[in-house]
Design a protein around this ligand. Structure first.
Ligand code: HEM
Length: 194
């Protein structure tokens, strides 16, 4: 295999690793929740800055994975295999779904959060603004849990392009991915897996 094709594979996998944004954003919001239910302007502003800016980074990593994946497919199997190899088709669909969900959060949910938080000058945060923010944050958190599940599922399938796993192993791993995403949604997973 030519050296630059190895390099392309490396970029593909690194992009996948850096798409772990939902994991760390869920840890971030769960840690914030441990500080108590009331809003503290500087803390919440800081957290929202981190989350808002991580979306753009994630768009770039997703685009990297898509572009490198398409190139690898073109070089190794031919682009028509996107329609004939179910693993490749599923990976592509999962990635497009992830791109759609991130775009929804970035272009629809986050601007509404920013618009509300932009009206706040400092503490105390007005009750009506805190109340309007809550459902938006809950929706964003749920979607982050879904994204985490989809990313792990895409990794499980990603490993099987040339050498499929046993069907039962794939099913069990996807079930474990759902369990892990649920766990990360609920708690800051101090010990990695739990
Ligand atoms: C979130 C989406 C994706 C994830 C998590 C992912 C993950 C992976 C992983 C872990 C591998 C390494 C497999 C191995 O070395 O055994 C891989 C390889 C590969 N991926 Fe992806 N991938 C994704 C999207 C895509 C897309 C959209 C395409 C095509 C359009 C694609 C095409 C390929 C190809 C052709 C390889 C084989 C490279 C080789 O082993 O030479 N991937 N992917």
């Amino acid at each position: 295999m030519p050296i630059w094709e190895d390099l392309l594979k490396f970029v593909h996998i690194l992009g996948v690793v850096f798409m772990s944004v939902p994991l760390y954003n869920l840890v971030l919001v769960n840690e914030r929740a441990l500080l108590g239910p009331g809003m503290v302007y500087s803390v919440d502003r800081y957290m929202e800055n981190l989350i808002r800016k991580s979306a753009l980074r994630c768009h770039v990593f997703q685009a990297t994975v898509l572009a490198s994946g398409l190139l690898l497919t073109h070089l190794e199997l031919g682009l028509s295999s996107l329609f004939t190899e179910w693993i490749l088709a599923a990976k592509t669909l999962l990635l497009l779904t992830l791109m759609g969900l991130l775009s929804y959060i970035h272009f629809s949910v986050q601007p509404r959060i920013e618009q509300l938080l932009g009206q706040v000058q400092g503490d105390p945060v007005p009750q009506e603004i805190a109340a309007a923010l809550r459902p938006l944050r809950v929706r964003r958190k749920r979607l982050a849990g879904v994204c985490l599940f989809l990313v792990v599922t895409a990794v499980i399938l990603g490993l099987q392009v040339f050498d499929p796993f046993n069907r039962w192993l794939t099913t069990i791993l996807i079930a474990l991915a759902a369990l892990f995403a649920w766990r990360v949604y609920k708690s800051p997973v101090r010990f990695g897996w739990i």
